[in-house]
Design a protein around this ligand. Structure first.
Ligand SMILES: C[S@@+](CC[C@H](N)C(=O)[O-])C[C@H]1O[C@@H](n2cnc3c(N)ncnc32)[C@H](O)[C@@H]1O
Length: 259
């Protein structure tokens, strides 16, 4: 069972950690973003990862935002529904994709999906904004329960290194305090591809902390991937060829022991 967060799980997190995307200006910026620079690297290898691990086409895009990742999945042939907690983002998703299906989820309640089950639950950058260990465990348990028998969760998140370096699409040089951050602390990063240069506040969650959450949520890691930039990519990389800005986890429900 998910446990209440201990003090160490909430250390560093403001009492009312706000979802940075429940904001009209940020939603506007995100709605026009698509896949510039470092974002290209986040999605570059996703088609091959999905082809290797996912059978079937029923997909949920958890934390769909303005619909960029949802449209990406549809372009790969998935029949996809997007869910998000931010009305500001959902409005823009529906505006750019009137035929798409976009649903509002309550904070940690996916009841809006009813009895629907999925071959793929995809989540791109959503967990960068989910504040506590307890909430992450609750959400991953709920997402695991939405999978069909051979279903997979693909969780794409920022690696801790993204908050320490300069990138084609991000700057962190104004936030030296990121270096002292530990799991659960708020870290700041500026997006360079959009006019809105207010720092985005994320919650640092290193690999070991994700692994702990997956165990608590009853999920096994099938594969992990940390994409590095290549000279052949159509971008001028900054740190991307030597440090991976993103982590991609492929997950499945844990096998019962002895089974
Ligand atoms: C950085 S945006 C990414 C959007 C989209 N996946 C993309 O790649 O363009 C993260 C999104 O996660 C959403 N989010 C954060 N916490 C959530 C939760 N508990 N349930 C559903 N969505 C959530 C935010 O509202 C935001 O739209």
């Amino acid at each position: 069972m998910p446990q209440d967060p201990s003090p160490s799980e909430t250390a560093g997190i403001p009492p009312a950690f706000a979802n940075a995307y429940a904001d009209e200006a940020r939603a506007d910026a995100y709605a026009g973003l698509e896949f510039p620079g470092t974002y290209y690297l986040a999605f570059r290898d996703v088609p091959a990862i999905l082809a290797a691990h996912v059978t079937g086409t029923a997909a949920l895009d958890f934390g769909c935002g303005a619909g960029r990742s949802t449209r990406f999945l549809r372009g790969l042939g998935f029949d996809v529904v997007g869910v998000d907690i931010a009305d500001e983002m959902l409005r823009r998703a529906r505006r750019s994709d009137p035929q798409g299906e976009y649903l509002r989820a309550a904070d940690d309640d996916l009841g809006t999906l009813g009895s629907r089950r999925f071959d793929l639950v995809f989540s791109a950058f959503t967990f960068d904004n989910v504040p506590t260990r307890a909430k992450k465990v609750t959400l991953f348990r709920a997402l695991g329960a939405l999978l069909r028998p051979a279903g997979r969760i693909v969780n794409l998140v920022s690696s801790p290194d993204i908050y320490l370096h300069e990138w084609a699409s991000f700057s962190t040089k104004d936030f030296p305090e990121n270096r002292r951050a530990e799991a659960g602390d708020v870290v700041r990063i500026v997006m360079l591809d959009v006019p809105d240069r207010r720092p985005v506040e994320d919650v640092l969650w290193p690999d070991a902390a994700y692994r702990d959450v997956y165990v608590q949520a009853g999920l096994d890691i099938v594969d992990t991937h940390r994409p590095l930039g290549r000279p052949t990519d159509p971008h001028r990389w900054v740190s991307e060829t030597t440090v991976a800005p993103w982590s991609i986890y492929v997950l499945r429900p844990a096998r019962a022991s002895g089974g």
